[in-house]
Each structure stands twice: as C-alpha cells, then as structure tokens.
Ligand binder design. Structure first.
Ligand code: SIN
Length: 279
C-alpha cells in the first residue's frame, strides 16, 4: 500500500490526505482506506495534486461513478463531462457565483449524487473559501420532539424552487429537456455506509413538504437551516494551490463565498458521483 497520512481537520468534519500522487495508479487497499475515510470524515482534502481534466476524471472515479451535471452547456472546452465553477460566468450581464447559499447538490434528482468534487485550477490570492456543515451532527443534536416531527416527512425537490433564496443559472432547451422528474426525499436520511442519520435539506430546490401548507413548510425548513448552519457544525475550507476536495452530499451541505477580488479568477474543475435513492 502507498504510504500516506489522513489527518482530521476538525473534531467532526474534514480530513487532509497527504502523500499520494493521484495521477499515478492507486492500489485497491489504498482505495478502500480512502473510501472508508470519506464515509467517516465526509470531506476529504487531497493536497498537492496537479490534474488535467482526464486525470481529474480518473481520480474522482476512485470514489464512484460519474454523474453528469444538469447544466450541460457549462463544461471545460473539449470535455463535455467535466463541469467547472468560475467567477467569470455572466447571465444577462450579471455575475453568477455558483453555490452561494448552503445546499446539497442536484437534490432535484430521484437519486441525487452521493459526492461532488472540485480541483482548484486557479485561485484568488485570498478568500473564496468553501464552507461545509455536518448534517449528521445537526440531526443528532435536534430535540426529541423535532426528530419525532420530521421523521417520516418528505419534500419535493425541483430544479429551482419558487422559494429559492437565489437564482440558478438557467438551462438551455437541451439541458431542460433532459431534467429528471422531481426528487421526493425524506427530510431525514440514513447514510448507507456509515449508518448515521442526517438532515437532508436544500432550500434552493425544496418546493414543498408533502402534507404541509407552504407557509408551515417554509417555517420548518428555515428553523432546521438555522440550526444546521451553526458554526459548531462547520468545516471551512481555505483553498490552497493543488487542492483536490471531495465531499459527501449525504452528510454535509456546502456553500461558496464570493468575498474576494472579482478581478482575480477563481476556477475549479467540478465532477459529481452517482448516488442512491435517499432512504
Ligand atoms: C459548489 O460546488 O456549490 C461551489 C463551491 C465553491 O465554488 O466553493
């Protein structure tokens, strides 16, 4: 097995992996150890990588199978299956910063992606951190009465909820035609690998909670979001050159920060990995 270290970054979320060059073949034992660490720490930060898009794709598949993004028109030139996030995307003259409020990815899918991964190609000199909050701990800490209230509730997740706190970049006709039917997901799901329960929330996509009127549903979602986004649940990733980060959408929500000099470029390759129907 390759010699490397895995070091926790907080007491609850995130671990740093040092000592592996992921452009080289990775043996099966190392792959198993990494996947176990992923289920335990929810966010892995692999330092000192240097990927072209194909190398990034190969490395990501150590953790699962690729899932194509809904917005197919936004991809690395020549690589239709490699998406990117960047601060130089403009829609109707307005700069769009993808992922600016807490969310989990593509929960509008009946089987949302289990993981999302970013590789830093170009970073601003400061700022542009990504924040993660631990949805297992957030669930565990809820009062028993709240747990009883939400266990069994299901929400309808669409591409963009009419109640979304922010607008998403639109889709072209082809991408829109390929959208799946809405995801109908429990508010509390159990992680298939670590066995822990987690809150499963996404105000960008949740349009209703089945059996509740919208005012009550929005109040409940707001209350749960306030709880889940407390600093005590957070790992805040400060990007370094060479960082490859992968996170578990079943365990954490994440958000981007547009708090840096927009004359500097922030550009990261982005891939998602297929997940299962939340249960
Ligand atoms: C996202 O994937 O939602 C964006 C995260 C980031 O750019 O920090």
């Amino acid at each position: 097995m390759t010699s490397f270290t895995i070091t926790p970054l907080t007491g609850h979320t995130g671990a740093e992996v040092v000592g592996i060059d992921f452009t080289e073949p990775v043996d099966a034992e190392t792959c198993t150890v990494l996947n176990r660490a992923f289920a335990e720490y929810h966010v892995l930060v692999m330092r000192d990588q240097d990927f072209d898009p194909d190398e990034f794709k190969a490395a990501a598949q150590l953790f699962g199978q690729l899932q194509i993004h809904d917005r197919k028109e936004q991809h690395v030139p020549g690589h239709p299956d490699v998406y990117y996030v960047s601060n130089d995307i403009f829609v109707n003259g307005k700069r769009m910063i993808p992922g600016e409020t807490f969310h989990t990815d593509h929960s509008n899918h009946p089987a949302p992606p289990k993981a999302t991964t970013l590789f830093a190609v170009e970073l601003p000199s400061r700022g542009g951190d990504t924040q993660y909050v631990n949805m297992h701990d957030a669930y565990d800490d809820l009062p028993a009465a709240t747990k009883r209230r939400i266990d069994g509730l299901k929400a309808v997740h669409v591409y963009q909820s009419k109640y979304s706190p922010r607008a998403l970049s639109g889709l072209n006709e082809e991408s829109r035609a390929k959208l799946p039917p809405p995801g109908v997901h429990p508010l509390v799901r159990t992680h298939p690998e670590n066995g822990r329960k987690a809150l499963f929330l996404n105000p960008v996509r949740m349009e209703s909670i089945i059996g509740m009127d919208d005012d009550d549903a929005l109040k409940l979602i707001d209350e749960l979001m306030q709880h889940a986004t407390q600093k005590k649940y957070e790992y805040r990733h400060q990007w370094r050159d060479g960082d490859w980060v992968i996170w578990d959408n079943r365990s954490v929500m994440h958000q981007a920060n547009p708090d840096y000099d927009m004359n500097e470029r922030r550009y990261l390759y982005r891939l998602m990995l297929k997940g299962e129907v939340p249960a």
